[in-house]
Design a protein around this ligand. Structure first.
Ligand code: SF4
Ligand code: SF4
Length: 146
């Protein structure tokens, strides 16, 4: 079931974007490679949804990921301690942004923040990080809500 949240490229993830999940892991990376922009990825998401023609889509929007979605991720990084150097993330990265030698590293200039590596790493070695400024803004927003 999709949850209402923000997304780096499509801006919003809901019942339509959720059907992107039917594509197997490496297929997702291939689509990201062919459709790296906001417009092209959004078009790909709509195409997938149109091909599936679901009868019903129910979304959990009780608590939206306001301000904590992918939009606020400033950096994708690999934990040297957790990484087992299996190489799966390298094969799935559409931007060829990952190197493992001499140590696991993501080229931030190349990374398009598709999060395929984060999704496919079974060792939880890929970390999504927010910047110090974003963390302070989130804290302020949460404080203002109380
Ligand atoms: S998939 Fe995970 S464990 Fe494997 S190389 Fe990449 S970061 Fe390391
Ligand atoms: S988030 Fe960045 S490093 Fe990870 S697969 Fe996507 S482009 Fe590659």
């Amino acid at each position: 079931m999709p949850k209402m949240k923000t997304h780096q490229l499509t801006k919003y993830t809901g019942a339509v974007k959720n059907f992107y999940g039917v594509i197997p892991g490496s297929g997702k990376a291939a689509i990201h490679q062919q459709a790296p922009t906001e417009e092209s990825l959004s078009q790909a998401v709509v195409d997938i949804y149109s091909a599936l023609k679901p009868q019903l889509a129910v979304m959990d929007g009780i608590v939206g990921m306001e301000g904590e979605g992918a939009e606020n991720i400033s950096k994708v990084a690999i934990s040297e301690t957790d990484c087992k150097r299996c190489g799966i993330c390298i094969k799935s990265c559409p931007a060829s942004a990952i190197t493992l030698e001499p140590r696991p590293l993501i080229d931030q200039e190349k990374c398009i923040k598709c999060y395929c590596c984060h999704e496919l790493c079974s060792n939880s070695a890929v970390k999504l990080k927010t910047s110090f400024l974003d963390r302070q803004l989130l804290k302020t927003m949460q404080y203002n809500k109380t």
